[in-house]
Design a protein around this ligand. Sequence first.
Ligand SMILES: Cc1cc2nc3c(=O)[nH]c(=O)nc-3n(C[C@H](O)[C@H](O)[C@H](O)COP(=O)(O)OP(=O)(O)OC[C@H]3O[C@@H](n4cnc5c(N)ncnc54)[C@H](O)[C@@H]3O)c2cc1C
Length: 293
Amino acid sequence: MAHETSTRTLTDDARRASANNRSEEAALRGTDHDRNLHDTRATITRLEYPSEHLLRFTARLESGADDPAWASPNVTIRMELGEDFDDASRIYTIREFSAASAEIVVDVVLHGESSPMMRWARNARIGTVIAFRGPRQHFIVPEAKGRRAALFLDSTAIPALFAMVKHWPTGVQGTAVIESDDEVAVAELKCPPGLEVLTVVPGSATGLSAHARMLESPEEHVVWAAGERDAMREIRKHFRKEVGLEKDDVAVFGYWKRGVTNTEIDSQRLHAYKELLSAGGNLDDLDDSEISI
Ligand SMILES: Cc1cc2nc3c(=O)[nH]c(=O)nc-3n(C[C@H](O)[C@H](O)[C@H](O)COP(=O)(O)OP(=O)(O)OC[C@H]3O[C@@H](n4cnc5c(N)ncnc54)[C@H](O)[C@@H]3O)c2cc1C
């Protein structure tokens, strides 16, 4: 009897899991979510370690390289890591794209956990094939309209800043506060004149959110920030609720959360997205900061 019960439970669980996967797959492959993204592969052609904190890989696209979206500032891909790495998927930023060679360059911050992406990074070799979906346009610095730009980011968003400064609007001035112990990655940034860079050592008492609160004349700024989710939440709250900036002037996104795997964060995001779809909404209505993770 006990055996029958457990067999039935396993079968039910498997059926439920399979149904969940099918509905997740359907939600994620819907035209709203995918928005002309490519489902393709790339082969690693180059591996570098610019610093002890960073793996930089170059990979040649199998298809879709003629899509002009690759050259936009701050686009991302979702890498499918495969069954050796818990079938996890992870989002990474395109630091650079070459249309001539059909190659993308991605920087992976080596954060020291034994996580799916860190295990993938340890195993990556020239010739490794990566399955992914992209390029997806991510937040860029809001239009300044005569104001200054205040940027707050950690190491994971340095590739985004690297890509965005290439397209920096003429004459916009501001400050980028970067919490990072990777001096090489910071030094590689080619910031335009007028964009001052301030580096903060991770773990110092005056972190990103403290710097956000110290900003002079905050009401005369637009804000872009990306990094650890709790730090980002504080920054968003400060500029939206305390300073009173408009939603469109504050682009803040949590890239990872201390102590929580992105597998869990993605599952919460998907849940929120599916609820939104069934209520008749779409991806534009999804406010990541509202999801309680
Ligand atoms: C839009 C977007 C763009 C991104 N672009 C980049 C990019 O270009 N380069 C990049 O390196 N990352 C980038 N990230 C962040 C990256 O996807 C996450 O860091 C991811 O969680 C790494 O997966 P993992 O398997 O190593 O760790 P997970 O399984 O997600 O987490 C395992 C543990 O590691 C910790 N952890 C995860 N990331 C970090 C970190 N950076 N530092 C310290 N601890 C961490 C978690 O808190 C958790 O305790 C981006 C994220 C988003 C949403």
